[in-house]
Every structure is written in C-alpha cells, then in structure tokens.
Design a protein around this ligand. Structure first.
Ligand code: ADP
Length: 309
C-alpha cells in the first residue's frame, strides 16, 4: 500500500542579496540556488523520508527542469511513473529573492501545475486500489483537486487536504469529500471569514469546517501546536519545544507525519502528535525539502521526547 500525493512540483530559483531591490533597481547579489519545491513535491519527499511508499502525481514541463525535478523526487525515493511530462508547458517556477534580514520577494509561475486536469485524475484512479491515503494541496487547479478528492472518496481512500496557499473560498462540494483538512491559522481564517490566532478561535474555525462536511479539522498553530476537532471531541496537541530556525515546510512535514501515523494504523490523536513532531523537526533546519526529517531522526526524536507510539 502506498500514499499518493497529487499536487504541485516546482523549481525554486533563489538569489540572495544584501537587501531587496527597489522597483527598477539592479543589485549585485551573492548566491544562487536551484531547489526543488512545490507543496505537493515537498509533502511527497517528506513522506518518503519517513519511510512510507509514496507516489507523486502531477505535471512538469518536458523542456525546462522537468526531468531534473522528476529525478530529484526519485532520488528521494518517491515513485514518479505517473508524473506527466508536458510538452506544452514549462515546469512551475518560483523566483525568490532573499535579503540578509530574511525578507523575501517571490513570484510564482504555476506553469505545468496549472495544466493538471482530468487526464491526471485518471492516472490517479489507476493507483487507488493500492493506496491508503491521498494528500492534496491547492497549487493545482481547484477543479482537479475536487475531481481527485471525489475518486479517492468513492474508493474509500482517506483524503487529507492542506488548503494552502490560503484560498478565499473552496467549493462547497469539496468539504464532504475530505476526511482531514489541515489549514494553518491564516488559511483557516480565510476559509471561515474571521481571524484565527489562538486556541479558541482555532477551535471555533475547526467547528465551522466540520459543519461544512469534513470529518476532522486540524488547525496548525505554529509554535502553539495544533487543534484537532472531530464531531466527538476537540483537543489541543502542544508543539514540541525546539530551537526553531526556519519554519518553511513545517506545515508540509506536519501533513506527512500525520499521514505516516495513519498509515501505521495509529489513532487520529497519535497522528496529530506525529504531525507536530515532524513539523517541529522541520522548523529546526533551513529550507524546504532540506529540512524534512528522515525516519531515523524522527524515531530518535519521538523516543527522546518520551512518545511511545
Ligand atoms: P505552516 O507551515 O503550514 O504555516 P505551521 O507554521 O503552523 O504551518 O507549522 C506546522 C506545525 O509544525 C505546527 O502545527 C507545529 O506542530 C510545528 N511547528 C511549527 N513551528 C514550530 C516551532 N517554532 N516550534 C515547534 N513546532 C513548530
């Protein structure tokens, strides 16, 4: 059995400079990095690092960075046979400028990610008989997200939706297809229409999401941990205390830890603990895919923190 991630695959082109350039200004920077990214690919790599057989589905451009992106997923142990090399689109690209003080400018071109469609959903359907869960995010067209959730739901596969980047609205038909929705505070606030910035408002937001039809709602609260609500109960799982240096991809690691635990047959409560552990570990390292913990580190962390499952 495997876990499937259906989502975005990007290349991040990152430059560093003393400060961000003003409009029309040319600056001399210092470093250039080419880093694989995209929320979908990040979650797939995170799962694979945790030792879970993982399939990535999505699209890359046949002519720019595509084979390189597929290879980097393969190197991380992710199965890529259903990724479509699109002759008519460029791979998704994020152009990122980072200043010494840590500020950034980011422009994203969704490219091939924006072309994901029903054909990809059909490729997904072929994998469902051997799948345990489907992880979705919002960096591909929403019509494809809804169609993917529907085929997985109909096949009794657990659907986990990370509603990121923050949407102003999700189609009403999507909620009942989702087993677990996992917004952070900003995303939860966008979805429910009131600010979400503490335990109380997160619990209230989770309640609204349950009413819209999801089976469980988990609101990720950064260093405050995560609130989880089901029709039966609402509980807080506190964050693990770590020396956080960069929380990029903490949310992606959280979702991978959550899904990995469910794959191991653990309870939802235990799965949220695994999610917070993976998120905390990702926060201790710089970068996105570079910060995702491997299984050895993850198990050692759980043991060290007295987690017995
Ligand atoms: P996102 O990356 O989607 O914005 P969060 O920042 O809420 O999501 O992080 C996801 C999870 O990672 C949190 O729920 C928490 O468990 C863990 N995490 C994030 N930041 C920290 C931190 N500074 N210390 C410990 N755990 C953290």
């Amino acid at each position: 059995m495997s876990i499937i991630v259906f989502g975005s695959i990007n290349i991040d082109l990152v430059v560093t400079a003393p400060r961000l350039p003003l409009a029309g200004e040319t600056l001399t920077g210092e470093n250039f990095f080419k880093i694989p990214g995209g929320k979908g690919a990040n979650q797939a790599v995170a799962l694979s690092r945790l030792g879970i057989p993982t399939h990535m589905l999505g699209r890359v451009g046949a002519n720019n960075f595509g084979t390189e992106l597929v290879k980097s997923l393969q190197d991380a142990g992710v199965q890529t046979s259903k990724i479509f090399l699109d002759e008519n689109a460029n791979s998704g690209v994020a152009i990122i400028t980072v200043s010494h003080s840590g500020e950034n400018h980011i422009v994203v071109i969704s490219g091939a990610n924006g072309q994901v469609n029903q054909e990809d959903v059909e490729r997904l359907t072929q994998l469902l008989p051997t799948a345990k869960a489907l992880l979705l995010q919002l960096e591909i067209p929403i019509s494809a997200v809804v169609a993917a959730a529907k085929v997985a739901h109909d096949a009794n596969i657990t659907v986990i939706l990370d509603p990121a980047p923050a949407p102003s609205h999700l189609p009403a038909e999507l909620y009942p297809l989702v087993d677990i929705i996992t917004p952070n505070e900003v995303e939860a606030g966008q979805l429910v229409g009131f600010p979400v910035n503490n335990e109380d408002t997160a619990a209230k937001a989770a309640g609204v999401l349950l009413q819209r039809g999801v089976k469980s709602a988990i609101v990720k609260l950064g260093a405050a941990g995560a609130i989880c609500a089901t029709p039966e109960e609402t509980f807080l799982v506190p964050a693990f205390t770590v020396d956080a240096v960069d929380t990029v991809a903490a949310g992606d690691a959280f979702n991978a830890g959550l899904a990995a635990a469910l794959d191991h047959g653990l309870s939802l409560h235990q799965a949220v603990v695994w999610g917070t552990a993976a998120g905390a570990l990702a926060a201790t390292k710089l970068g996105a895919q570079t910060s995702l913990p491997d299984r050895f580190t993850f198990d050692a962390f759980l043991k060290d923190r007295g987690v017995k499952f």
